[in-house]
Design a protein around this ligand. Sequence first.
Ligand SMILES: Cc1ncc(COP(=O)(O)O)c(C=O)c1O
Length: 401
Amino acid sequence: MTIALDGHRAQPRLPGHWPAALSPEYLALIDVPTPYLVTDLDTLVSRYTRFSAALPGVSTFYAMKCNSTAEIVQTLHRHGAGFEVASIGELNALQALGVDPAEALYSNPIKPPAHVAAAHAAGLWRFGFDSPGELRKIAEYAPGSAVYLRLRVDDSTSVFPLSRKFGAELSGAYDLMLLARRLGLRPYGVTFHVGSQCANPSAWRQAIAAAGTLMRRLATAGIRLSMLNLGGGFPARYVSPVPSIEDIAGVIVGALDELLPYRPEVLAAEPGRHLVAETAVMATTVLGREVRAGENWLYVDVGAYNGLMETQQTVSGWRFPLWTSLPHHADEPCVPFTVTGPSCDSSDTMFYGVSLPDSLEVGDKLYIGSAGAYTLSYASAFNGFAPPTPLFVGEPGAGAR
Ligand SMILES: Cc1ncc(COP(=O)(O)O)c(C=O)c1O
């Protein structure tokens, strides 16, 4: 649902990266029951534009898994982005929105055979892989396709590492590409993922160095790659500062110039979180406030299972910027709170020791910023609590729909 509201005024002390269009004064005008996740599509467009400008010549393939709501996909599609899918379900969703499967990359390294066959039949022609078994599968169900190898790279500097699950070692990558050729596939490219929310630009430099090594070895066998795919991992601002996309891009561009034997004709990136996290605010309502063993507990209508799963995915917890509907939020005396979800399960608790106004009461709203990535896409209706309703504001030229 897209809503149009005018006359709002940004609250001066909100975190700087909180979209002005989603200020608490503005959210107070939204007459929709919580929980909801409201996305500012204008912020999405400006983040996409800035990302593209920082990495000239790099084509964006937005990672669908991050947030696949139609409004986000359509907005990015209108502005020229391609897409990265992990399943036939994601590809079907793209097709329903008018995206040509030929514009998509299927980067999940281990895919169901039926999904490979269906994607191939739909016209998708580029498949990621990291093992001989997957190559044989692609050769059988998508014969003649272009394949790109997912290298295992160091993701230890990211908040959400991925490489233990995926990635071929550099030492075996050359043989895998030769196997691809023997199987009648087209050795098309190389990719990697430095881990999600990676704030260390040199992670990309090291990964590009590994890709360059592979490209050099393959050249000796007469194989010239057409694509270098930088993957995802570009960070978004939550609570702590992260390097700007320009800083990261500067390192990447330098590495591309210095560390590759040649420039493949397609340079790709698969950002997810960086494009959408900061575009959205999740609005929740305080359902209860209690003291348990001396701790202040706040019960709200979104928990880990219906929207905030990422709070469970790091050892020390993952924090989001928080604000409330209290008119003088910034001036209220604060106390530490444990913030938990609405279910009967204690493991849906999201935040420990967060500082929030002491005057919060049942019925007040807790606003969770930078909530556009890996929230809706993870959410279930566990215990009968529905995921947040997606709402949208902005989008140039679209008007109210
Ligand atoms: C293959 C692939 N590409 C891109 C992404 C997007 O990553 P991020 O949201 O960190 O940019 C992911 C996320 O898991 C992924 O698995």
